[in-house]
Design a protein around this ligand. Sequence first.
Ligand code: PMP
Length: 286
Amino acid sequence: MSRQIWINGKLLPKEQATISVFDRGLLYGDGIFEGIRSYNGKVFRMREHLDRLWDSARAVALEIPISKEEMDKAIYETLQVNDLPDGYIRLIVTRGAGTLGLDPFSASNPQVIIIADTISLYPAEFYENGLEIVTASTIRNHPAALNARIKSLNYLNNIMAKVEAITAGAKEALMLNHTGEVAECTGDNIFLVKNNTLYTPPMSAGILGGVTRDAVMELAAATGRETRETALTRHDVYVADECFLTGTAAEVIPVVKIDSRAIGVGKPGPVTLDIKERFHKLVREQ
Ligand code: PMP
């Protein structure tokens, strides 16, 4: 059966769920999005994802034409009609179609789209044995140019770094910020473990505030492990005991090598495995 897409209040087969070629989301990446998961028919951290979407909208001066309550209902409807108790939801809001000029206010018909599908970012073996990543030479966008806290449809900064990862034979790239500090990966936040303490870059490093990042910090605290949100450099990654990435699509995935160097003993470490297991429990028992 063809996937049913929720588009501006209607559920349509994916072939019929279309938007204008004049849409500013296509012409300029002028729009915002969210990636959300549901487990056993329940959306994980719906409120946090919707709050972030609404903050992204506010930051780019875009008004979402429906309420958070309506979005919540539409997400569940889309999951149900597609029979996806364990699904990945992509919410997209574009500014709509206007003239070909840059003026964002020439468009007055924002498009709201909800896609529900399945997603598998990395093969299972990487969750078992760990990922190998590389440092990209493409730096993360300067926060004063396009703040990474805005989950905008303009992801070329991340895609440029992903190109570097893949052409180097890796699956993911570490991105540094404009001061040379560790920021995040192209679609995931990064954590290091050193002497049983977790470290992750602060929001001021110019990163997306991941919903999974927050959940992992809560899980770590519940096990008595501190997470220090502090400026990190590549040196810290090289000398870490363990490293892992977090994201809605990726969940929690160990990293065992960076720039061809083993991190710690080059195998997923005990803290990473503990957090990974606790995360799986959390999402299923929420
Ligand atoms: N950083 C970036 C750049 C992302 O796109 C994402 C989401 N895929 C994340 C971090 C992780 O955020 P979350 O845990 O909310 O999915």
